[in-house]
Design a protein around this ligand. Structure first.
Ligand code: OOG
Ligand code: NI
Length: 494
């Protein structure tokens, strides 16, 4: 057995390592590996930490909401792109060892990209608080390729195996035994990392690579290599505008716009990224040797995360984003310079006049975002005041809030009066997921995507992704709503 003594494996009394510990160690090991592979990532981590430290010093009290500086600075997400359904199936089992399950379905065909995606992440509140490591995971959709290209991609990927025998064995052990021992967990991390590493030897000839590249650079990245190299690791920054400016001042070539809502709005997430590196690659020349070439796929991204929006808030967000995109396209016609200079201001203008809530407080009052509620010190001692509210809550008429995720009017009124009396505090629920429009922007600006092929093939296919996953992808609205409802029951149901 790979690096695991049989004595250990057979000992039923061996302690099992908590999943969050494996996740935390894995996320750190991945970060150390990526620092070596993409040195600019390491520089950015330093900058992010500096900005976060300053931000926390200027906003004391934030630690309650966000956790310590160490905790925030350790937070990150990664992204990989897989080629075959079996790869996704095994990847789902691999992430499951670390307590990460698929959440969300992202259809990228709407942006002419031949992939669809989900994100693996922990879902329980406590698990998220310990380490919310997420991996945005895409699967190639060969059904969106023309027949000839599909055949070439399938030929290249057919006998590819991206997992080591050791990691497969440890995944089996985890499933059979319900966990891993400390030694097995360390072996698992080392073996799993092999899948995410950059291999500079391609699987296909340079000619085949170029053929893929002409159709879609995303396809070339997925179908030409030995593994799904991690293509970015994204730290969480607390002031993305400060960061964007710093990157530009340092001469780092960023994408022209910060993706997501305009700066200052405490909703969803904002992201920026620097362009992919050019990495030398060795392509087999068919004569037992190699020829040297180049590939561009791995980049850096930084994000700022805020409050998760309910469907009714998301609807407004989507509408305004679409509007921003249209006006952005107009700006682009006047040139890249004009676009860079004016995009941010244009988008802010749209949100200023049309997004109804500017602060977390307003988001809560209008029931546009998710919040959890907790008793304050006063709430814990003043039980009389609470008894009344509990009685009123029990007797409330059960009306629907108007849509799936809204709270009913009476519950909102009861909570509001408890907040006003200082008995209850509302804490915004952080958005733990991704934005399809931003994702498409991130994919594209880093790939020189030139797909002309998929134009007619736009279609979403959640069932296909879930079949490959071997299980359904969770619904993030359901997860956020359950968190909110549970916190209300804890206060008012007692
Ligand atoms: C994934 C792009 C999506 C994000 O943060 O929205 C993403 C990729 O390029 O593979 O990571
Ligand atoms: Ni990302």
């Amino acid at each position: 057995m790979q690096g695991t003594s049989s004595k250990e494996a057979s000992s039923a009394t061996q302690s099992i390592v908590p999943q969050h510990e494996i996740r935390d160690k894995f996320s750190r090991a991945m970060s150390d590996m990526y620092k070596k592979e993409v040195p600019l990532y390491g520089d950015l981590l330093e900058i992010v930490r500096g900005i976060n430290q300053e931000f926390m010093e200027q906003n004391p009290g934030l630690e309650d909401e966000l956790g310590s500086l160490d905790r925030v600075s350790e937070e990150r997400h990664g992204a990989i792109r897989l080629g075959k359904p079996e790869e996704l199936g095994t990847m789902a089992r691999l992430f499951n060892v670390m307590g990460m399950v698929p959440v969300g379905y992202y259809d990228l065909s709407v942006a002419n990209l031949p992939v669809h995606s989900t994100a693996f992440r922990p879902v329980d509140k406590d698990e998220l608080a310990k380490n919310p490591f997420r991996v945005f995971t895409s699967l190639l959709r060969t059904d969106l390729l023309d027949e000839e290209t599909r055949r070439q991609a399938e030929d290249s990927l057919r006998d590819r195996d991206i997992f080591t025998p050791g990691v497969r064995e440890l995944i089996d052990i985890h499933e059979a035994e319900g966990g891993l021992t400390p030694q097995q967990a360390d072996d698992f991390i080392r073996e799993a990392l092999e899948t995410f590493r950059w291999h500079n030897e391609a699987r296909v000839s340079q000619e085949q690579y170029e053929t893929f590249l002409k159709i879609s650079s995303l396809l070339a990245d997925i179908a030409s290599f030995k593994g799904p190299h991690i293509n970015h690791l994204t730290p969480r920054v607390l002031d993305i505008i400060a960061l964007h400016e710093k990157m530009q001042a340092m001469g780092i070539e960023t994408i022209p716009e910060v993706q997501g809502p305009p700066a200052g709005w405490p909703i969803l997430l904002q992201q920026t990224s620097f362009r992919a590196l050019v990495e030398t690659t060795r392509f087999p020349d068919g004569k037992g040797g190699f020829e040297e070439g180049r590939h561009r796929a791995r980049f850096g991204e930084i994000e700022q995360r805020h409050t998760a929006l309910k469907p009714q808030g998301m609807e407004i967000y989507d509408r305004l984003t679409a509007k921003g995109k249209e006006q952005g396209a107009e700006l682009k016609k006047q040139g890249e310079e004009v676009y860079r200079a004016r995009y941010q201001e244009m988008l802010a203008g749209i949100f200023d006049s049309e997004f109804p809530a500017r602060t977390n407080e307003e988001l809560r009052r209008q029931d546009l975002g998710y919040f959890t509620y907790e008793l304050t010190e006063k709430g814990r001692t003043d039980t009389g005041a609470l008894a009344e509210a509990r009685k009123a809550w029990k007797e409330r008429e059960r009306t629907d809030g108007g849509n799936g995720s809204g709270l009913d009017r009476q519950t909102r009124d009861i909570l509001e009066s408890l907040i006003v009396k200082g008995l209850v505090r509302a804490v915004p629920v952080t958005y733990e997921d991704f934005l399809p429009v931003s994702a498409a922007g991130i994919f594209k600006s880093n790939l020189d995507e030139r797909s002309g092929l998929m134009e007619s093939a736009q279609s979403s296919n959640r069932a296909l992704l879930e079949e490959a996953l071997g299980k359904p992808a969770g619904d993030y609205h359901t997860l956020y709503r359950e968190q909110e409802e549970q916190s209300i029951r804890d206060i008012l149901g007692g």
